[in-house]
Design a protein around this ligand. Sequence first.
Ligand SMILES: Cc1cc2nc3c(=O)[nH]c(=O)nc-3n(C[C@H](O)[C@H](O)[C@H](O)COP(=O)(O)O)c2cc1C
Length: 190
Amino acid sequence: MDCFESIIKRRSIRKFNREAVSTELLKELVKYGSMAASGMNVQPLKYIIATSDEKCSEIFKHTRWAGYLKGKGSPSFNERPAAFILVLNDNELRKSGYELDAGAAVQNILLAAHAAGLGTCWLGAIDYEKINEITGIEDRYKLISAIAVGHPAQKSISEPSHGDIKYYLDDEEVLHVPKRGLNEVILNIF
Ligand SMILES: Cc1cc2nc3c(=O)[nH]c(=O)nc-3n(C[C@H](O)[C@H](O)[C@H](O)COP(=O)(O)O)c2cc1C
């Protein structure tokens, strides 16, 4: 799969089969994250990989999914992700501005995972304090985002938005994700 296809076809996946994802593959995804652009090339981001049933279940309890679908978009017990990658800032390396680094790194991970046949969901609606406790994150680090990773068990497609950007499920449980068109997002061409 080329870069263009991965960018266009990647969608957030919120239902997974329970097949494991190897630590080696997850480490490779982190490698792609760490190759992202970084302000002043400081590279302040650190990562935690969780694959054990115990840790993943604990983290899962403190995540929230698909707000627009009002409960219908969350993975059921058997549809939970096989792994989580937590993205953290190292406060000793960078005190502010790291969010943009994190955005670039997370997107690399999502695209690489898609190219590898995996599904991901970027999770920002998480209980930061609880996940800090569960994973023993020290004060030096600030949790920024979690990424759910697993083998996809859901079909999600993009479509042109016609004013409404809320994603929705159709009768066949396919997720439709409206995307704004170029006529809307390009303000001007000089
Ligand atoms: C910063 C950020 C935080 C997000 N947090 C969540 C979240 O907590 N739960 C969730 O289900 N999806 C979350 N998403 C996924 C978005 O809902 C998703 O990207 C959006 O609906 C577009 O769908 P797509 O990723 O398939 O293009 C987040 C995405 C971003 C960029």
